[in-house]
Ligand binder design. Structure first.
Ligand code: GDP
Length: 525
């Protein structure tokens, strides 16, 4: 295989999906430890500082962790793993959804005591849109968790995906002894208290061995029976079903105890798919194509307070980035030479010399890059499937100092391009309406407006129930609608006509009255 295709085939690009507190941060740290990206556990910044008193502080701390770890790359067993961080707070779920469009697989972490939780269900639904292959890790085996068979059942019922246990836990809580691999017939023994280091893999070959009998003691026969039951009642691992997103291999372990994570990662780098092809409006693009292409899925400000700039995260879909190469910014139809793409290592930004399909690079954004933008080596491609969701909460935003309305507009425009909040300019007034998915985003907007744009803004309630993007094939009809409904129409930050419905009933009435007009709850970038 030529060098480039070899490098691409080695990439494993994924994100972790889980409910808050299931152990995402902890397992991330152990993965980095295994990948030699950090030396001692505890060096990934925790999000629960002792002074986290308000929601706002929590968010700042979460931003703290994102700053150091937006994209983590480490080599492992001949592969190159890219782990994309997603914000933990629900108010930033849009960001998470879009990050999931940039991965080829996902790791679902489940708290064994709590089972499948609400946030996990939502994120799985997003993964299903693209049939993303899912690995599952049932965490916290060092505690008394729920019956593993029941948990498997819940995964299947609630998440509508088949679960194929790869290893099976031997006891739990204080008596947790390790896991038994159903395919290799090896027991990996658990040693408590080794969470911060890379403990040796203590193996027992064969469930029939004397060592296995000694380990299990009086429980030996019961365990044999349990294993038989599990083998009979659960699904076999099947590569095709896994790659189609229909079946998930399930691993048990404890992230805090750094146990079971290595076994999972070993299989992950083997089984998880290399960079997959992507759909563009014009055609499908295969990762193996030599010409560079990629799309922006996330924009983050203040990656480094000293630089005060914004980084656009680009997923490379095909080919290779070389420092100093010429790219086409397709939406603007402009050629740009990029010599300063960055990545992040241990919290520091590093210039990227080269990166290949599957990798994520950070582009400096001086206001010309938006979420969903495609970059290529020349071809006019537009990647699809990067969603924008109608906000659920709305506020009118007002200035304390009316002289600063230019700064306010600029600030809001830039914040909306980052995708975390949306701004609407009503056709018939000079107000500005901010829409968000979560309450916390409003706080972020005022904080950042003050901090970065030096404008003090405050919110007022506004009578908006929901927003819908307006589409219509018929220009005449659209114009008529524009006139008749002008009081409810706005232009959003991306220049799209948007209907701000005051009530649910009003929206229903309008949809009925204007059958030629489409009112869409999502729009693609
Ligand atoms: P996140 O919100 O999903 O990132 O969860 P964290 O990684 O921050 O973990 C939430 C809490 O669960 C923390 O107090 C962790 O120390 C704890 N935790 C994580 N993994 C385990 C585990 O395997 N066993 C136990 N007992 N606690 C764990």
């Amino acid at each position: 295989m030529p060098e480039l295709s070899k490098a691409i085939a080695a990439r494993r690009t994924f994100a972790i999906i889980s409910h808050p507190d299931a152990g995402k941060t902890t397992i991330t740290e152990k993965l980095l430890l295994l990948g030699n990206a950090i030396q001692v556990a505890g060096s990934v910044k925790g999000k629960r500082g002792p002074h986290a008193t308000s929601d706002w502080m929590t968010m700042e701390q979460e931003r703290g962790i994102s700053v150091t770890s937006s994209v983590m790359q480490f080599p492992y067993r001949g592969r190159v793993v890219n782990l994309l961080d997603t914000p933990g707070h629900e108010d930033f779920s849009e960001d998470t959804y879009r990050t999931l469009t940039a991965v080829d697989s996902a790791l679902m972490v489940i708290d064994g005591a709590k089972g499948v939780e609400e946030r996990t269900i939502k994120l799985m639904n997003v993964c299903r849109l693209r049939d993303t292959p899912i690995f599952s890790f049932v965490n916290k085996m060092d505690r008394d968790i729920r019956d593993p068979i029941e948990l498997l059942d819940e995964i299947e019922q609630v998440l509508a995906i088949q679960g194929a246990p790869i290893n099976w836990p031997i006891d739990m809580g204080r008596d947790f002894k390790g896991v038994y691999n159903l395919y290799t017939d090896v027991i990996h023994q658990y040693t408590p208290g080794m969470g911060a280091v890379l403990a040796d893999d203590r193996r027992i070959e064969g469930l029939a061995s004397d060592a296995a009998r000694a380990l299990l003691g009086d429980d030996y026969d019961d365990f044999l029976e349990e294993v038989e039951l599990v083998r009979g009642a659960s699904h076999q691992f099947d590569t095709d079903a896994f790659l189609a997103g229909k079946l998930s291999p399930v691993f048990f372990g404890t992230a805090l105890g750094n146990f079971g994570v290595r076994e999972m990662l070993d299989d992950f780098v083997q089984w998880a798919p290399p960079p997959l092809g992507r759909e563009a409006e014009q055609r499908d693009v295969s990762a193996a194509e030599p010409a560079f292409s990629g799309f922006v899925f996330k924009i983050q400000a203040n990656m480094d307070p000293r630089h005060r700039d914004r980084i656009a995260f680009l997923r490379i879909c095909s080919g290779q980035y070389d420092k100093g190469m010429k790219m086409r910014h397709v939406r603007l139809g402009k050629e740009v030479r990029i010599a300063d793409a960055v990545t992040f290592k241990a919290g520091e930004r590093v210039l990227v010399e080269e990166a290949v399909a599957g990798d994520i690079i950070g582009l400096h954004n001086h206001g010309t890059i938006q979420i969903g933008d495609t970059f290529t080596e020349g071809e006019a491609l537009q990647f699809t499937g990067i969603p924008h969701f109608a906000p659920e909460l709305f506020r009118r935003i007002r200035l304390r100092d009316p002289m600063k309305s230019k700064q306010l507009q600029k600030g809001l425009q830039q914040l909306s391009e980052e995708g975390s909040t949306q701004v609407f300019a009503p056709l018939n007034s000079s107000d500005l309406v901010v829409g968000a998915v979560g309450q916390l985003q409003f706080d972020v907007v005022t904080y950042r407006l003050a901090d970065e744009y030096k404008v003090e803004a405050l919110y007022e309630p506004v009578n908006v129930y929901t927003a819908r993007w307006v589409y219509c094939e018929d220009a005449r009809k659209l114009e008529e609608f524009r006139k008749k409904a002008a009081d409810q129409l706005s232009i959003d930050g991306g220049g799209h006509l948007t209907y701000l419905a005051p009530t649910r009933v009003n929206l229903a009435v309008m949809e009925e009255r204007w059958p030629d007009i489409q009112f869409r709850a999502t729009r693609e970038h």
